[in-house]
Design a protein around this ligand. Sequence first.
Ligand code: GDG
Length: 488
Amino acid sequence: MSRLVVVSNRVPNPANGRTRAGGLAVALEQALKQRGGVWLGWSGEAVAEPDPTPTLHDAGNVSYAYLDLTPDDVQEYYNGYSNRALWPLMHTRLDLTEFARKDLASYLDVNRRFATALAAMVRDDDIIWVHDYHMIPLASELRRLGLKNRIGYFHHIPWPAPDILTALPRHDDLVRALLQFDLVGLQTEADADNLFAYLTREYGLRSNGRGIVGWDDKTTRIAHFPIGIETEGFAKRARRAGKASFVREITESLMGRKMIIGVDRLDYSKGVPERMAAFEKLIESDADWINKVTYLQITPRSRSEVPEYADIERSVSETAGRVNGRFGEANWTPIRYVNRSYGRTALAGLYRAAAVGLVTPFRDGMNLVAKEYVAAQDPEDPGVLVLSRFAGAAAELHGAILVNPYDGEGVAKSIGVALVMPLEERRARWREMWASLVENPVDVWATRFLSALEDSPPSLASRLLGFMKSADNRFVTSRGREALTALW
Ligand code: GDG
């Protein structure tokens, strides 16, 4: 088995233990331990003159490698291009997309420095797995340095429709860099379709029917690999958490009222103020719910240095304040809004205690909270998931009540339906969702991605396999198509 090299913007610190680590970090660490390898990323530190050689922390057969950035990099590569251009664009928020050439230059520069540091650590037969939009140019930088390794990329966030992507200046360079990976993984079939549609529209490239496109000398496979959670482990955690005094205290404080839960990083893509407004509509339109239901919204701050995130924080607090001021009573706070983060066990226990899981992003690559909420339920008396049709998870969780987050009245009605849903229907819906979570837990997701990467045609395969190109590089010949079909 080849060694595995993982690259992501941030790297967990093994010294911090497992208590707060999410399923993704645990699954990647498991894959790293099986194969041995390296996990490289930003240390989280900003210093005036970063050392180009990463700081290493060895844990058994895995090396964690940390690179520092400069304060300008943090501003331009991270807060700027990654989180003010790519993040809003990929979430179809052109109104919030701020493109600056200086930010793009820094984005490319950081990727180049990561590539240089990585090239010094990589062995010829290592496979490299790059995560998320901060690192799209990494493969092309590694190829420039002569690396022929298999390199895969997983895109955790949505891939937008071609019309949206083409609004990004230099979108063509970004996509051509993406095609330097051997495997590009997306969350859903719809995301993969968006990328194929872009390639066809902009370059006349078509897949060979098995998701492979060829460009110059290079082939890339594009496929969807919906990410999962540590299903059984999370369910066990939730069962245990029921006994924890923290969770008991909260459930006792509800005084018999039903609880609705929302858990989201504070991010405009998650639709938190609009969700609170939908809850307001529910209690406004049906007075029977007054003093009968409490909505707990857990929303740890994120990316606080990006101005749009300060705006969303203000908007969430104002909405919660308005609803509580309008409907609250001395003995009832309709919305309990907390800005802090809780341990995973506490979270699992709170999910289990909630009659409704409310997950209403405007766009979301997958949304793991939706999956965690389902996994945490008591199978005998499960709660109901109300889920945005625009979350990647909606393609798998057919037992959820799907809602359109742009339709506040519709969301309010669906919350009402969820709160009174009969036990038999709740159980049936839950069983269907549980089955899909058991089928695709996060470790299976990682294994599927890595075996697809290992099986992908070797770099520079397109020429060997008979891919031809027209003068403008624009199509794959039938000869190439046949050769690749035979290979797959
Ligand atoms: C990106 C994509 C995709 C939240 N609050 C606390 C806490 N969390 C944990 C949740 C969950 C994770 O954070 C959030 O994951 P999501 O999937 O919901 O959203 P993003 O952070 O936007 O993640 C997304 C994901 O990548 C994976 O590919 O699904 O679409 O946007 O696990 O539980 N964890 C703890 N305390 C909290 O207060 N411990």
